[in-house]
Design a protein around this ligand. Structure first.
Ligand SMILES: [Zn+2]
Length: 340
């Protein structure tokens, strides 16, 4: 099967304009779905928005920037959508909404989307975001997603690294603690879990490896035995596609999570590209476009985007090259003059 480029362009443009009904539970994560659509169209070299459309998306993203004053610095960043409640003006006075705060993943995907749209980040409250990041890091080196606590794991550490790399300011990350957390999260099987003593998983393994790559610590963090074991664990995820854990079915998104990990580890040459490409393309919807987790399933924005990213790692014709650690096109990182 060939890449159904025109159908994917249509599907992603639809996702950009309106949230598919199947994704309605993600109303609070609209920033991330917007990123999947924009970055997917960018990879497909099909981000043909008019200046007015571009401006309206940029303005919508900036409207999600949370900027509380002084002592609430840890709430700064971007919210996922106005559904969580944005402040409003009554008689020239801003009325705050309780619990309105940023989410670390939304901050990463908002900044990445702004770069893709060619924005110069001049309206980003850099100082507040960096100080907010600092407040989200725990003593063990991991990160919370929101200042009120909740989960803390490898996903949010990765988002902190992406935000710092995009802003070119690492003062929000204690890198020694972050590297320590990553190394401690390597399991007995050499894969990496969401935290120490957790099951190794393809998603957390990518987040760990990409974070180390962004911090320039991939070579020095592990000893040779740990690094070789990690490469082997990733290579062993190759079945008829990539899976995320031993004895689990293969899934489109791991074309990127595992593929990018192998790229960063310098051993993508051992990948059977025909096999991975064949599986990934078999999950395309021939009717409405988009890719899904498995063949003959309903497509969704996440698997569409990550499937395209996985194909880009294999230099699929018609796709822009991707930066495997930051998960946006290389063109966007070059245009933004990021020092990666
Ligand atoms: Zn998946």
């Amino acid at each position: 099967m060939e890449l159904l480029r025109a159908k994917h362009v249509k599907y992603l443009n639809r996702c950009l304009g309106i949230l598919p009904q199947s994704s309605e539970m993600h109303d609070t994560n609209r920033m991330t779905i917007c990123f999947f659509a924009l970055s997917g169209l960018d990879l497909l070299d099909a981000l043909n928005l008019s200046e007015t459309e571009k401006k309206s998306i940029i303005d919508w993203i900036y409207a999600q920037q949370v900027q509380p004053d002084g002592e609430n610095a840890s709430q700064c960043g971007f919210r996922g959508s106005p559904v969580v409640g944005s402040p409003f003006i009554v008689q020239d006075k801003w009325i705050p909404i309780p619990f309105d705060c940023s989410h670390i993943t939304m901050t990463y995907t908002a900044l990445a989307s702004l770069l893709i749209l060619g924005d110069d980040l001049s309206r980003v409250n850099r100082k507040a975001i960096v100080s907010g990041l600092k407040g989200l890091q725990l003593v063990d080196g991991s990160y919370f997603a929101v200042p009120f606590g909740g989960e803390n794991d490898m996903r949010f550490l990765y988002c902190a690294c992406c935000i710092s790399a995009i802003l070119g300011d690492w003062r929000g990350v204690d890198q020694t603690k972050a590297v320590d957390f990553i190394v401690k999260s390597q399991g007995y099987d050499y894969g990496i879990g969401q935290g120490p003593n957790q099951e190794s998983h393809g998603g957390s393994t990518f987040c760990a490896i990409a974070s180390l790559a962004l911090m320039n610590r991939l070579e020095s963090a592990f000893d040779e035995r740990q690094l070789e074991g990690l490469k082997k664990w990733c290579l062993n995820r190759q079945q008829s596609g990539f899976n995320g854990r031993p004895n689990k079915p293969v899934d489109t998104c791991y074309s990127f999570w595992i593929g990018a990990s192998l790229k960063l580890l310098g051993c993508y040459d051992f990948v059977n590209e025909d096999l991975i490409r064949g599986f990934t393309l078999s999950t395309q919807s021939t009717v409405i476009g988009g890719l899904s987790k498995w063949p003959d399933c309903h497509p969704d924005p996440l698997h569409t985007y990550l499937g395209l990213c996985g194909l880009s790692l294999m230099n699929e014709s018609g796709l822009q090259p991707i930066h495997p650690a930051l998960n946006i096109s290389r063109r966007a990182t070059v245009a933004a003059k990021l020092l990666l």
